[in-house]
Design a protein around this ligand. Structure first.
Ligand code: URA
Length: 436
């Protein structure tokens, strides 16, 4: 068996055996299949798809490509949360410390920016000194000692996802149900939590555009978790417009800190509290006043402890001006009065990416300070000459180059209602509608 055989098999619409998938994942992880062959195989999967059995085999092989953590020595049910990728999605930075502040251990493996979407690891690296590369021993020790750890895939943990993830980002092979499902669930299974909560993003700023496809992905994720004996629940949430207002790494950390002190955008706080509540239930934790952990400062203190444990400067939680800031801030004005009926998440993300907030090439550096902060969201009234968004850029020229794109992301109409954020809740027993 060779990589070329597998590229050909998938290109021609064939089905891989478990052995073939194990061969490919094993040699992707040890570096003996070159990137160009892996990229060709990923494109074949993107175009031809995979059966449920292939997706399961891929997920299990990826999870087993490095060490799989055993967290059983840490008391209590450990939980993990993951988003399938969106724009302005900083919910993990709020939910994880909130749940840990309530006493439930959080053991989370995250990813970097992927395609046009942001990544939790890049956001955390906007905090001066923050280290996302933890050894497995340090990861487990930190969950035990601090009650929370958020790290990236390493040569030790899920190395196959590290390889595929970076290649997918640079080869337009992100938006594939089997590739997203195996990437997410391999990390979740390897990190060892007992229960898993997934936020499947749906809409222009997500990799999945339609509710039917989002339901397919959510069902696939829940089935993978359930068959691996981890209680798994998925929410499907709206991603037609960015979550919250800030899009860009340091800008999003700042907004997460505002939310952890109770002054964040209401929809981000609502989603964070809902996901945190679900995690407490998955952990069999008896209630707890989550909003109280925001109001009494304990959620923010837990975030500061996480930052300190991973080498970052915890003072950013008290003084967000310590985060990197872009020198240029340029407003984008509305030209007519009315109600915002569209604030296109993909267009805003692409504007942020061309400012430098994302990568076009594997391992390229990104500018952690730049991005876009929305001043208006769908359903908001806007007057002519009022700002729709503020561009945070490195130079005036960079700001000017995306200004039309940001303006074009908005549509102003005579009327428009705010969009529902929570769309579905998917468990092993079925799908519940939340948007009626
Ligand atoms: N998050 C991941 O970890 N992988 C994906 O493919 C998408 C989101």
């Amino acid at each position: 068996m060779t990589a070329l055989d597998l590229i050909r098999e998938k290109r021609d619409g064939g089905t891989h055996s478990d052995e073939a998938i194990e061969f490919l994942v094993g040699h992707a992880s040890d570096g003996t299949i070159p990137d160009y062959q892996l990229a060709a195989w990923l494109m074949a999967v993107r175009l031809r798809g995979m059966s449920n059995a292939e997706t399961t085999a891929l997920t299990l092989a990826m999870a087993a490509s490095g060490r799989q953590l055993d967290l059983s020595s840490i008391p209590g049910r450990k939980v993990d949360k993951h988003s399938t990728g969106g724009v302005g999605d900083k919910a993990t930075l709020v939910v994880a410390p909130l749940v840990a502040a309530a006493g439930v251990p959080v053991a989370k493996l995250s990813g970097r920016a992927l395609g046009h979407s942001g990544g939790t690891l890049d956001k955390l690296e906007a905090i001066p000194g923050f280290q996302v590369d933890l050894s497995t021993d340090r990861f487990v020790e930190q969950v035990r000692r601090v009650g929370i750890a958020i790290a990236g895939q390493t040569a030790d943990m899920v190395p196959a996802d590290r390889v595929f993830y970076a290649l997918r980002d640079a080869t337009a092979t992100v938006d594939s149900v089997p590739l997203v499902a195996s990437s997410v669930m391999s990390k979740k299974l390897a990190a060892g939590a007992d229960a898993i909560l997934l936020d499947v993003k749906c809409g222009s700023g997500a990799f999945i555009r339609t509710i039917a496809d989002a339901e397919d992905l959510a069902r696939a994720l829940v089935a993978l978790g359930t068959s691996a004996k981890r209680e798994t629940i998925a929410y499907i949430t709206d991603m037609e417009q960015p979550l919250g207002r800030a899009v860009g790494n340091a800008l999003e950390v700042n907004e997460a800190i505002e939310t952890l002190v109770g002054h964040g955008p209401p929809e981000l706080e609502m989603l964070s509290l809902r996901l945190a509540e679900e995690l407490l239930q998955l952990a069999r934790h008896s209630g707890g006043n989550l909003k109280g952990h925001i109001l009494d400062g304990s959620a923010l203190r837990k975030f500061a402890q996480l930052i300190e444990a991973q080498g970052g400067d915890p003072k950013v939680t008290q003084d967000p001006s310590l985060l990197p800031a872009a020198p240029v801030q340029r407003p984008v004005m509305g030209v007519k009065a009315g109600i915002v009926s569209r604030a296109d998440a993909l267009e805003i993300a692409l504007a942020g990416k061309s400012l430098g907030a994302g990568r076009d090439r594997k391992d390229a550096p990104i500018d952690l300070a730049v991005g876009v902060v929305l001043q208006k969201k769908i359903g908001d009234r806007v007057e002519a000459g009022e700002p729709l968004a503020i561009i945070h850029a490195r130079t005036e020229a960079a700001a000017a180059s995306v200004s039309n794109r940001v303006a074009a992301a908005f549509t102003i109409s005579a009327e428009a209602a705010p969009r529902p954020l929570l769309l579905r809740r998917v468990t092993a027993s079925g799908i519940e509608r939340l948007d009626t």
